[in-house]
Design a protein around this ligand. Sequence first.
Ligand code: GDP
Length: 432
Amino acid sequence: MSAIIVVGTQWGDEGKGKATDLLADRVDYVVRYQGGNNAGHTVIVGDVTLKLHLVPSGVMYEHVTPVIADGVVIDPGVLLTELDQLVDQGLDPSKLRISGNAHVIMPYHLELDRLTERHLGRQKLGTTKRGIGPAYADKASRVGLRVQDLYDMKIFRQKLDTVLKERNAVLSRVYNRLPMKAADIETEYAVYAERLAPYIADTGTLLHDALDQGQAVLLEGAQGTLLDLDHGTYPFVTSSNPVAGGALTGAGLGPDRITQVIGITKAYVTRVGAGPFPTELGAEGASAASHDIAERMTEVGGEYGTTTGRRRRVGWFDAVLARYARRVNGLTEQFLTKLDVLSQFDVLRVCRAYRYQDSEFEHFPPHQSIIHRAAPIYEELPGWGTEITEVEHYADLPKPAQAYVDRLEELTQVPVRWVSVGPERRQTLERD
Ligand code: GDP
C-alpha cells in the first residue's frame, strides 16, 4: 500500500503536471483533491501536448484510473469539453471516476466571480474568474450543490431555488444585472448529469479498497503551498487547501495512508496575480538589470499561464519559502524542475533569509506586513554557461549545476531526488 502526495512548494506552476505524469508510471490511481479548472497542467509526451484543467494527468496512462475527489469543485461544462478534447487526441478517459461529494460550479458563481473582481478595483485578487472562489464560499456556507444532487433533480431544483433567490437579489440590486432563471439552469445541468453519469463513483471507498489491496495512489495538488487558503499569502491565495493536509480531507484518506510527500520545486520562483513576492525580479521600480533578467527568465522559461495565458511574475529561488513548504507539508523529498532555464545566467542568486528592519527571518514571517516589506538576503552561485537539456545522467551535469542543486538541498533540508532539465518526460534526471 502506498499513497503519495505531490504538492507544489511555491505559488503553483512548479511543473507538477510533468512530475505527476512521470510518477504515474508507478501508480494505479491519480487523484485530484482540491481546486477546480483554475489549475492548469501541461503534459508533453512525444508529439502530444495535453493541457489539462480538471482531469488528473494520469489520464495519459492506460493502467491508471484518474479520480476527481470530494475536495474539488467541478464546472461540468468545462469538464465535458476537456473529456471531448481527450477523445479527439486519441485518449480514452472512460476510467475517470468523479466523487458525488464534489461541489458543482454554477452559472451564478461565474457571474459573481467576474463582478466582485471588478468591484474590488485595484484591490482585486487576480482570480481566474471561473467561479471557483464563489463555489467554495457556498460550500462553506452550506448552500452549495454537489455532484450527487444532479441525480435527484427534485432536490437539485429545491436547493437551486433557495440559493438563487438570494443570488438574484445580489445580481440585480448590487450589480444591476438581470436575474438568472432556475428552469434554464436546471435544463442545462440535467444534460450535464446525463453525460457525466458513467463517471460518478464512491471515490473514497474506491481508494481505500485499492490501498488495502496493495495498489498505489498518487494524490496531485493543484496550485501550490503559498496559495493555500490557510497557509498561503492570504488574501492572495486560492480558495482551497493545496497543502498535504488538503490531500487527506480532499480525498477522504487518513494520515496513516501516506508514505511519501513529494514537493515540486522550481529552480527559481514564479507567481501569477497579485500579492507579496520577496525575490521578484523586474518589479515596479527595479533596476534595468533586474528587468533584463526577469525578461529572459520569463521568455526562456515560457512563464505564461496554462489556463489564462497571463504572464507570470518571476524571481530568484527562495529558500525561506521552501523551508516553509517543508514544514507545512511534511515533505519527504523534492522534484526540482526547470533547472535548464537558469543555464543562460552567469551568476545565480539564492535567497537564504529575509531582512526586515533589524531582524533576519530564516523562517516565513508570521505577519503579512513583514512579508510584504521583507528584503531577500542573497547568496551568489556561479552559473554553468552551457545548455543542459540533453544531459541524460545526473553525474553528467556541469559541476556548478550540481553545486546549485546541492546548495538548494542544504538550504531547504529536503533531499532532491529528481532534477528536470526540460519539459519532456525523458528530460528528467533521477539521483541515486
Ligand atoms: P503545473 O501547474 O505545476 O503543472 O505547471 P505548468 O504546467 O503550468 O508549468 C510548467 C511548464 O513548464 C509546462 O509548460 C511544462 O511543460 C514546463 N516544464 C516542466 N518541467 C520543465 C523543465 O524542467 N524545463 C522546462 N524548460 N520546462 C519544463
